[in-house]
Design a protein around this ligand. Structure first.
Ligand SMILES: [Cu+2]
Length: 180
């Protein structure tokens, strides 16, 4: 009986320590984004989950032109200007002033992500992971939920992962504000 009590106390202490570590390093915080296109039509959602070393991103999109498309995290959390091409979201989330590009020796910036390959029917679904950003700004990762927020932006073309400033990705065709 005494042993069982001791063991459960140890287990409780271990769980408390794990929870404290998760809170300290980041883990479990969640955010979402609802995407619109240039006609303000809803084209899907993103779910973001903070992990101790990055952010897991689940994307479920539809109504997109087929083929490779760049997606980035842009520095300002607004998609209020669809007709103007989502310029208000400004450039990439990049607090450390890095060069753009996952293949760039002087990069990547905090908003860089791999390309999406949209199916013929206009849909895309995947889960992926970035170690460059953080919802709450853990470690030295770029902070997504800072005062002016951040937004996902989908571009018309693929990102070549090295050309400045956005990898030759072309016009912005979709946008989703990241919200807690
Ligand atoms: Cu972009």
């Amino acid at each position: 009986m005494k042993t069982a009590t001791t063991l459960s106390l140890i287990a409780a202490a271990a769980l408390t320590t794990m929870a404290a570590q998760a809170a300290h390093h980041g883990g479990g915080e969640k955010a979402t984004a609802e995407f619109i296109d240039r006609d303000s039509t809803t084209i899907g959602t993103a779910n973001l989950t903070e992990s101790p070393h990055g952010v897991l991103i689940y994307l479920n999109l539809h109504g997109l032109p087929p083929g490779p498309k760049a997606i980035h995290i842009h520095a300002v959390g607004t998609c209020d200007d669809p007709e103007a091409g989502f310029k208000a979201s400004t450039g990439h989330l990049n607090p450390h002033g890095k060069k753009h590009g996952l293949m760039n020796p002087k990069g990547p910036d905090g908003g860089d992500l791999p390309n999406l390959y949209v199916r013929e029917d206009g849909t895309f679904e995947a889960e992926f992971f970035t170690t460059l950003a953080s919802l709450g700004g853990h470690g030295d990762r770029a902070k997504i939920l800072d005062e002016d927020g951040a937004a996902f932006v989908i571009h018309q073309n693929r990102d070549d992962h090295i050309t400045q400033p956005i990898g030759g990705a072309g016009p912005r065709i979709g946008c989703g504000v990241i919200k807690k």
